[in-house]
Design a protein around this ligand. Structure first.
Ligand code: DX5
Ligand code: ZN
Length: 214
């Protein structure tokens, strides 16, 4: 399993030890949650903070934009050297154009779906995607309880991706821990995002390893 710890649950008053932990850990990506107070009822951090993080972090960045008009921020995300730019289906009218523009900027493209958005909305774009980020909580906050229906959604998306021959990886975000992670792994997830489970753990590297083995 690939693991993408979410910086949202790190210590914002002193990020250095948390970033050193990420660099020394077996995680695959670092997940950065950008919130605008419009698409979601919360504001997290923006580009100046991510720029500083990108200079220190040795792991590829998995940037999750929970913002309206994500297409306006492609060059900013590319400037971070991000591996993935992931935006919400619910926040973007021209998904096809945005995916092409992300690729043209040299990044991998991901689309995220809120819990109530059906995977069928991706049927005509799945072949162009590098990642689908299924939300297993309502976006906006760390530490929320896992929505169990996400497991069947992963299974259904696995089928859609395999049948279409798409290269898209299935990433799941929200309420992930070793037990919900095991259900998601069995259903066909490729990447797990984990915020509070990793940064709230006494031993965050061990928490990452407990997801890596799934
Ligand atoms: C929520 C964010 C998540 C969040 C997950 O809107 O997209 O990435 O950090 O936090 P946990 O793992 O604590 O549910
Ligand atoms: Zn996220």
């Amino acid at each position: 399993m690939k693991v993408s710890p979410s910086l949202l649950s790190a210590n914002f008053a002193n990020l250095t030890p948390d970033l050193e932990m990420i660099n020394d850990s077996n995680c695959d990506l670092l997940h950065l949650d950008v919130m605008d107070g419009v698409f979601v009822p919360n504001i997290s951090f923006g580009f100046p903070v991510m720029k500083a993080v990108s200079k220190v972090c040795l792991k590829p960045l998995d940037v999750h934009l929970m913002i309206v008009e994500p297409q306006n921020w492609i060059s900013h995300v590319a400037d971070l050297g991000a591996e993935y730019m992931v935006f919400h289906q619910e926040a973007c009218t021209h998904i096809h154009r945005t995916v092409q523009a992300i690729h043209a900027a040299g990044m991998k493209a991901g689309v995220s779906l809120c819990p109530a958005t059906p995977i069928e909305t991706l049927e005509d774009i799945i072949g162009d995607l590098d990642q689908v980020l299924l939300m297993s909580v309502n976006p906006g906050f760390g530490g929320q309880p896992f929505i169990p229906r996400a497991v069947e959604k992963v299974r259904k998306l696995r089928r859609m991706i395999d049948e279409s021959g798409s290269r898209a990886l299935i990433n799941v975000d929200g309420g992930v821990n070793a037990s919900t992670g095991a259900l998601l792994a069995e259903a066909g997830a490729d990447i797990l995002v984990a915020g509070s489970y990793v940064f709230g753990a006494a031993d965050p590297r061990a928490a990452i390893d407990s997801l890596k083995v799934l």
